[in-house]
Design a protein around this ligand. Sequence first.
Ligand SMILES: Cc1cc2nc3c(=O)[nH]c(=O)nc-3n(C[C@H](O)[C@H](O)[C@H](O)COP(=O)(O)O)c2cc1C
Length: 192
Amino acid sequence: MKRSLGALTPAMPLPVWVIGSYGEDGSPCLMTVAWCGVCCSEPPCVAVAVRKSRLTHANIAVRGCFTVNIPSERYAAEADYCGLVSGRDADKFAAAGLTAVAGEFVDAPYVEDFPLALECVVAQAVDLGSHTLFVGRVADAKADEAVLGENGLPDMAKVKPLACSPADRNYYAVGSLLGGTYSLGRGFAPKK
Ligand SMILES: Cc1cc2nc3c(=O)[nH]c(=O)nc-3n(C[C@H](O)[C@H](O)[C@H](O)COP(=O)(O)O)c2cc1C
């Protein structure tokens, strides 16, 4: 028998992404999100839920694009800082010692220091209440050579992304390999 916790959202783990955008005056801004994920394959899309009060919300609404920057474990403190302070009050790139690079395909900056970046064009903005869900079509994904696996795609063990638990408000490292997707459960499928 489970205990009801009420209408809460303690889904876990959540990714930790840092969203890059430009302000009205062209200054680069970073904001950490955990309410986010991949939401379509064709076209490739991601979704990020941004509270209307954030500077990033205004930036994305005006410019119609953003970047998703995926920090590795060693940038946990920098990522947390980008979620603590508003770009209205600080230059977060400068304060965290991060390097902004102008997007190649979109009018938004990405973080040179993090291993992975996605350049996204807003395809839809869905008003859900406190948050707007920005669905971004991925124009390009960029990765450091050092984090690529044998298949030429980012390798989780090399990227070392952060996971976040909203219920206990902590960051975690990703754990050990359990097995292959579309493979581990084959034993339950009827034999052909
Ligand atoms: C781990 C973490 C996750 C967060 N996730 C979200 C989120 O999904 N959506 C959101 O609107 N704010 C989220 N925040 C809060 C914003 O990152 C924070 O308010 C930030 O200072 C906004 O920056 P801005 O005003 O420069 O856009 C999160 C903060 C942290 C530390």
